[in-house]
Design a protein around this ligand. Structure first.
Ligand SMILES: Cc1cc2nc3c(=O)[nH]c(=O)nc-3n(C[C@H](O)[C@H](O)[C@H](O)COP(=O)(O)O)c2cc1C
Length: 221
């Protein structure tokens, strides 16, 4: 698989089989992501790879909190004031994905059913949590983004699917305890990895992209 194949094949997978990813494969994928560029090679990423029993304990604790309706307390807050065009795209995404599952997000029970897979980590056998020093804001998140994409593309090479998810980082105290995340590290994101359940309706979902000509301004070529 070349890089273009990997880019075309990657999409967010939200239903994984429980089959574990071989340890050597995990190490190769994470090792490839470590080649990512960063501002003055600061390499701000701190990486916590969770599988097996630690991940199962974490998953169970996340589900308990979700069912108890415990409010998220992410170390790095999500965006609350998207510009209207971006907000509209987010709504379109959520509407299309929920419609595929026959869920109506205006109904509280359906909204909960829609959110639930996040808190069970989509059934993934592995989650890579990314963090950075809590003093950092802004640019280093770009570097974590580069790391994330490299990780997901490298995963494709091994037939491993992925989904990057803010929702996996919303109870950082649980992650901190289970994965021994140092106090000064802010948890940014989790990337769930595994082999896709090909039968799952949700995995047939494909997000759209803005048209090339709406996004890209060409001059001089
Ligand atoms: C920073 C970031 C946070 C995300 N958080 C979530 C999340 O919490 N739950 C989820 O299901 N998907 C999440 N996603 C996945 C996006 O919804 C997805 O990448 C987008 O809709 C494009 O679809 P694609 O990945 O299939 O190309 C996140 C993606 C990124 C980059």
């Amino acid at each position: 698989m070349n890089v273009l194949n990997a880019l075309q094949a990657r999409h967010s997978t939200r239903v994984f089989r429980s089959e574990p990813i071989p340890r050597d494969t995990v190490l190769s994928i994470v090792g490839a992501a470590l080649l990512s560029p960063s501002w003055t090679n600061t390499q701000p990423w701190e990486v916590f790879v969770a599988g097996g029993e630690p991940l199962e304990r974490l998953r169970s604790a996340y589900l308990d909190r979700f069912h108890a309706g415990v409010a998220p307390t992410p170390d790095i807050p999500g965006v609350t004031d998207w510009p209207s065009a971006l907000q509209q795209r987010a709504v379109e995404l959520m509407t299309a994905r929920s419609a595929l599952l026959g869920l109506d997000l205006k109904r509280p029970d359906d909204k909960k059913a829609f959110g639930l897979p996040n808190y069970r980590f989509f059934g993934a056998p592995l989650v890579v949590f990314l963090g950075m020093h809590s003093n950092l804001t802004g640019w280093p998140l770009y570097d974590l983004g580069s790391f994330s994409m490299a990780l997901m593309l490298a995963a494709q090479q091994y037939g491993v699917s992925s989904v990057p998810a803010f929702s996996l980082s919303v109870y950082p105290d649980l992650i901190r305890t289970e994965l021994e995340v140092p106090e000064e590290v802010a948890v940014a994101l989790g990337i769930a990895l595994g082999y896709p359940d090909e039968e799952a309706t949700l995995n047939s979902f494909r997000s759209t992209r803005r048209p090339f000509d709406d996004v890209v301004r060409l001059r001089g070529l």
